[in-house]
Design a protein around this ligand. Sequence first.
Ligand code: HEM
Length: 244
Amino acid sequence: MVPGNKIEPLDLPVAAAPAGLAGRTSHRRGHTPAERLQHRLELANQWLILLGLLPLAVLAWRYAGRGLGPNPVETLAGATGQWALRLLWLTLAVTPLRQLTGWHWLVRLRRVPALFGFLYACLHALVYLLFDHEFELAGIWNDLRQRPFVLAGFASFLCLAPLAATSTDAMIKRLGGRKWRHLHRLAYVAAALAALHFLLLVKRDIGEPAVYILLLALLYGARLRKRAARPRLVLVAPPPEQRR
Ligand code: HEM
């Protein structure tokens, strides 16, 4: 779902990223700035993995101690859905943040939260399929036809799956940067469908989904603005006397 460390087309060479992580002096002598940045990014990614596991550990702890409240399935579905949503939004915020701050290395911290977002979406879908329907296809089919919010969730999940499947360095290489970037625009479709899923689900208090929708609109707007500001290559035909 996210670019790899080496061939992300938006990455700047490490030495050319003076701000933030890359700019601080390191106590590790004898290393080039590129190696120091690489080391810091690896450490940061390890921390992100631990942070990504935290909500899962808390849920497992509560489950083991029977602390999931009167409706454990609802709690599990709610918490996993919420984390999937938060992490998807966080992932989408990376590019505008990078553009705003000039911290190009942020892109190299995007894969872990993105994949954790997908992991929580998988767990969320699993809770639904297992506890709500015990994998009974007829019931699931009926639900999809009768409850639009379930259909929107399903569609969002289907958009996220190819993004997760193409998140490895090998897949980015295989697809090529251009195709990969095109495919990964699906993340916005997935997010819009997830927001719709949430909005249709809540019956009265639409405050929370409305905040997500507003944030998504801002993120998408920032993306469009940046694209509009990009200089375009204009091909001008040479004067007739210079032709041939
Ligand atoms: C196969 C796909 C999906 C199915 C079948 C599904 C199903 C459901 C169901 C049944 C609920 C209601 C839970 C309850 O209150 O008992 C729910 C809530 C929710 N889902 Fe999904 N969902 C899917 C995909 C997603 C995805 C991809 C996201 C986000 C990226 C998501 C985010 C949420 C959120 C935020 C809630 C509300 C949680 C809350 O109660 O605060 N869902 N989903």
